[in-house]
Design a protein around this ligand. Structure first.
Ligand SMILES: Cc1cc2nc3c(=O)[nH]c(=O)nc-3n(C[C@H](O)[C@H](O)[C@H](O)COP(=O)(O)OP(=O)(O)OC[C@H]3O[C@@H](n4cnc5c(N)ncnc54)[C@H](O)[C@@H]3O)c2cc1C
Length: 391
């Protein structure tokens, strides 16, 4: 076996999924995660169809995901007087099975911690590729050489920046921002399986929702690119208060609650565009780092399938990254197309009153059911290879 040592950056979904498979194939895996510990909570994510299920079954975690699922939320769009305008069904946002990102992360971490080395609270700062490996420098740890380095560090991937180039070359702003705040409506109570609802209000280019599985508050608004205020919660709260002033329904009381909410997070709705090449030399990208589309609805399935394919191809090529990475690029180039087709901002917060009416009509029409079917078919549009037996 060539290329025994693999460094993965990011311990959310794609990172631990890849760590699972690589360690089972006999690679020595180190995972470096910027956060000081495994990040709990986060928004709800979902899986759709047989392909996702097959990979999760092969990982042996399907049953536990079922046990810890949220139960899904319908989103009811209301007018200012509280009248129902349209319903976005839980299957659209929650697929076949919906689970909190932090819960899924924990399930995968538990199955990999004994075989892989996790280093929390650290991050890669420099990558230098040589003929025999990649020299890696860290914010805190001592420099080390690995055979391969994998970026599983999300849409703002630092590995992508270091190995491929600046973020603006690969991340396209889709004209909207989202903000989630507060614990999700179901309150992390796995025993609650009844159908729950979120309530949502629209104005042109804006949507505010209360009580869903993404967070107790979810805001979406149309905007050209803003200065990066990730991490500055006070600035984010001011921005949301300004953008959503004047909306009706429960929005004024939501804004009054903003200051007391935990888990505030605001970011652009954006799409990663790698033009079909997710690998460069001894470095590869998996998950949102390579093919993310914020709130696009397919990110988690893509991350898990991508990890399965990347590890399987490396095992099948006996660790020869030149063969495995070329195959991974080829397979994901086709499958990851699914991430490119949607802009959640445009759908959830249309820019005009006419657009909002049309979206509401569409949600109640047979065309919507058809759109869901097409999306679900695309999530399954890959022939999963049976890779070598695990060790
Ligand atoms: C509000 C919201 C709702 C969503 N809803 C859905 C949904 O319904 N269905 C769905 O399928 N997907 C959904 N997604 C997308 C889903 O969360 C991602 O596709 C999925 O988490 C991809 O996982 P990942 O591991 O590739 O990246 P991420 O989950 O983004 O994880 C990246 C990890 O890398 C770490 N990291 C970042 N930078 C560094 C660094 N420099 N060094 C070390 N570590 C680093 C981060 O701390 C994090 O742990 C949603 C996303 C958002 C934001």
């Amino acid at each position: 076996m060539r290329n025994q040592t693999v460094l993965i950056s990011g311990a959310s979904i794609a990172g631990p999924a890849l760590a699972y498979w690589l360690s089972r194939y006999g690679f020595h895996v180190t995972v470096v995660e910027r956060a000081p510990e495994l990040r709990p909570g986060g928004q709800a994510i979902d899986f759709k169809g047989q392909t996702h299920r097959t990979v999760l079954e092969r990982m042996g975690i399907w049953a536990e995901i079922q046990q810890r699922q949220t139960g899904k939320f319908d989103t009811v769009y209301l007018d200012d007087a509280g009248r129902e305008l349209a319903i976005m069904p839980g299957e659209f946002t929650g697929g076949d099975v919906e689970i909190m990102r932090g819960d899924l992360s924990a399930i995968m971490y538990e199955r990999t911690a004994a075989r892989c080395e996790y280093r929390f609270g650290d991050s890669i700062t420099a990558l230098t590729e040589t003929a025999g490996g990649v020299q890696v420098e860290f914010e805190h740890g001592t420099p080390q050489t690995f055979d391969l380095v994998i970026g599983a560090d999300g849409i703002h991937s630092r590995v992508r920046r270091l190995a491929f180039g600046p973020e603006q070359d690969f991340v396209r702003h889709l004209g909207y921002y989202y903000c989630v705040a507060g614990a999700p409506g179901w309150g992390h109570d796995a025993a609650r399986r009844e159908r729950l609802t979120a309530r949502a209000w629209n104005a042109p280019g804006r949507m505010a929702a209360r009580g869903g599985s993404k967070g107790s508050h979810l805001y979406l608004f149309a905007s050209p690119e803003l200065d990066d205020i990730r991490g500055d919660v006070a600035a984010q709260q001011r921005l949301i208060t300004g953008k959503f002033a004047g909306l009706g329904g429960e929005v004024p009381s939501m804004l009054a609650e903003l200051g007391g909410l935990d888990g505030f997070y605001l970011d652009a709705i954006a799409q990663v565009e790698m033009k079909g090449r997710y690998t460069a030399g001894r470095v590869a990208l998996v998950g949102d780092a390579g093919y993310g589309n914020t709130l696009g609805g397919f990110g988690t399935g893509l991350a898990v399938v991508g990890a399965y394919v990347l590890a399987g191809e490396l095992a099948m090529a006996a660790g020869d990254h030149t063969i495995a990475f070329a195959r991974y690029d080829e397979i994901m180039r086709r499958y990851a197309k699914i991430a490119g087709n949607s802009n959640a901002g445009r759908f959830m917060a249309p820019r005009t009153a006419g657009g909002i009416r049309a979206r509401n009509w569409f949600l109640g029409s047979r065309l919507f059911g058809l759109m869901m079917k097409i999306g679900n078919r695309a999530a399954n549009d890959i022939d999963l290879t049976d890779y070598p037996a695990l060790v």
